[in-house]
Design a binder for this molecule. Structure first.
Ligand code: ADP
Ligand code: MG
Length: 420
C-alpha cells in the first residue's frame, strides 16, 4: 500500500503538478524551457516509479511506469520518445531479464500512442478517460503476455487482476485530475478576458462622449473665426483654443486605444536610456512652463517592448508629475538593477496623493483635475507595463511628493541585439 501511494505521488507531482506550475507561474518560460522542464520532471517521475516498485505479493512486483509513460505520452506529444529512451536506458542500467522486455513494451506503447494521440486531444473528457485508460491497459496486457511467452513466467491470477486494475485506475485518476485542472484554468482565463472586454466596451461609449465635447467646442470656435470683422487677436486665441481641444481629443483616444488593443504590436529591444531621453524632449516644454527641474541618473539598460507604448507610458507618468508641481519642483528619473529586472524610478516633490486617491490611481476616469484631466493616463500606463511583463508601483505622501517604480525584465547588456 505504501509503495503504491508513493508511485501515485510520483506521478502526480512530476507529471501533473510540475506542468501545472509552469502554466500558473508568472514567469513566462520559453517553449524550449518548458519542454526541458517537463521532460526532466517526467523522466524523474518514471525513474522514481521503477526505483520504488510495488510488491503485490511474494515473488511479484510491479510498478506504474506504463501508466506514467501513457500519461506523459498523451499530454507531451513528441516528448514520449525521449521518455521512452530514458525508461529503456534506465531499465538496462538496473539490469536483469526485465530489461529486454521493457524494449518490447515501450515500443508497443509508442505505436499505440502515435495512433491515438490526435484522436485523444479531439475528444471530450469522458472519451479521453476511455482512450487513455485503454492504452495503459493494453500496454499492461502486452507486458503480461511478454513475461509469459518470452520468459515463461507463470502468473497468479490475483497478481494479474491487481496489476491491470491498478494501471487502469491510476491512469483514469490522473487524466481526470489533469482535465479538471485545465478546465478550471481555461475558465479563469476566459473570465479575465470577458472582464476586460466589458471594460473596453463600457469605455468605448464614454470615450466617444468625451471626444464629442472637444469637437463641439472646436466647431464653435471655427464658426466664430469664420465671421467677418473679428479682430486678429481674437481669431488667434480661438485658433489656439481649438488646437488645445483637438490635442485633448487625441490624448483621450490614444490612451483608450492602448488599453483596448489586445497585445503589443511590435516588440523590440528597447534601450531605456534612449527612450527616456526621447520622452524628455517631448515633455521639457511643459516642465519649463512650470519651472520644474529635471534630474536624471540613468544607465543604458535594455528591455523588450513596443516603443510607442513605452513612450506613451513614460509621458503619461512624467506629465502627471509635472502637473503635480504647478509652481516649481524637481522631477527625478533614475534607473537601477535588481536581479534580472531593471527598475525605473520617476519621482516628483509635488502635491502628492491621499491614501484614498492613491488607491484609486489607474481606475478609469479617476481624476482630481476636473475638466483638465481625463483620468485615463495612469490606466494606460499600468496596462502597458503589464503587457511588458513588468510591474508598476506608486508611493505617495500628501504635500511631499509621489514616486513611480517601474520594474521591467532586463535584457543583458552586451548582447549583440540592436536596440533603439
Ligand atoms: P489625469 O492626469 O488626466 O487626471 P491620470 O490617470 O493620469 O489622469 O491620473 C489620475 C489621477 O492620479 C490624477 O488626477 C491625480 O489625482 C493622480 N496622480 C497621478 N500622478 C500623480 C502625481 N505624480 N502626483 C499627484 N497625483 C497624481
Ligand atoms: Mg495624466
Amino acid at each position: 500500500m505504501e509503495s503504491l501511494l508513493l508511485n501515485v505521488l510520483f506521478i502526480i507531482v512530476f507529471l501533473q503538478l510540475v506542468p501545472l506550475f509552469l502554466e500558473l507561474s508568472k514567469h513566462r518560460f520559453s517553449y524550449y524551457q518548458k519542454r526541458w522542464i517537463i521532460n526532466t520532471s517526467s523522466s524523474i517521475g518514471i525513474i522514481s516509479c521503477i526505483l520504488f516498485p510495488i510488491p503485490i505479493m511474494e515473488g511479484y512486483i510491479f510498478d506504474l511506469r506504463l501508466a506514467a509513460l501513457t500519461i506523459a505520452g498523451l499530454y507531451g506529444g513528441i516528448l514520449t520518445s525521449v521518455l521512452s529512451g530514458v525508461t529503456i536506458g534506465f531499465r538496462f542500467f538496473i539490469g536483469g531479464v526485465g530489461a529486454s522486455a521493457t524494449i518490447i513494451e515501450v515500443t508497443m506503447l509508442l505505436i499505440l500512442l502515435a495512433l491515438t494521440t490526435a484522436w485523444f486531444h479531439r475528444s471530450l473528457r469522458k472519451n479521453k478517460l476511455i482512450i487513455g485508460s485503454s492504452i495503459a491497459l493494453s500496454a499492461a496486457v502486452i507486458a503480461l503476455l511478454n513475461s509469459v511467452f518470452i520468459f515463461g513466467a507463470t502468473l497468479d491470477w490475483r497478481f494479474v487482476t491487481m496489476y491491470l486494475v491498478l494501471t487502469w485506475g491510476i491512469t483514469v485518476l490522473i487524466i481526470y485530475l489533469y482535465e479538471v485542472f485545465h478546465e478550471y484554468l481555461l475558465i479563469n482565463k476566459r473570465v479575465i478576458k470577458a472582464e476586460k472586454m466589458e471594460m473596453v466596451s463600457h469605455l468605448a461609449a464614454s470615450v466617444s462622449h468625451e471626444v464629442r465635447n472637444p469637437l463641439t467646442v472646436v466647431r464653435g470656435f471655427l464658426q466664430m473665426i469664420e465671421q467677418e470683422g473679428i479682430p486678429d487677436e481674437k481669431r488667434k486665441k480661438f485658433m489656439r483654443l481649438s488646437m488645445e481641444e483637438i490635442d485633448r481629443a487625441d490624448v483621450i483616444l490614444g490612451n483608450y486605444l492602448t488599453f483596448a488593443r489586445p497585445s503589443p504590436e511590435h516588440t523590440q529591444v528597447l534601450n531605456i536610456e534612449k527612450q527616456i531621453h526621447k520622452t524628455l524632449q517631448i515633455i521639457t516644454p511643459l516642465a519649463n512652463m512650470n519651472a520644474v527641474q529635471i534630474e536624471t541618473y540613468i544607465n543604458n539598460y535594455k528591455t523588450r517592448g513596443d516603443e510607442h507604448n513605452l513612450q506613451q507610458c513614460l509621458i503619461n507618468i512624467k506629465k502627471n508629475c509635472i502637473e503635480a508641481m504647478p509652481d516649481s519642483g524637481k522631477l527625478r528619473i533614475e534607473t537601477s538593477k535588481e536581479e534580472s529586472n531593471l527598475i525605473l524610478t520617476i519621482s516628483d516633490n509635488g502635491n502628492g496623493m491621499t491614501k484614498e486617491e492613491l488607491s484609486r490611481v489607474g481606475e478609469p476616469y479617476f481624476t482630481t483635475k476636473g475638466r483638465e484631466g481625463t483620468g485615463l493616463g495612469m490606466m494606460a500606463a499600468f496596462k502597458i507595463i503589464e503587457t511588458m511583463n513588468g510591474s508598476l508601483n506608486v508611493a505617495s505622501v500628501p504635500y511631499e511628493g509621489t514616486s513611480f517604480y517601474i520594474r521591467l525584465p532586463l535584457i543583458e547588456s552586451g548582447s549583440s541585439q540592436r536596440d533603439i
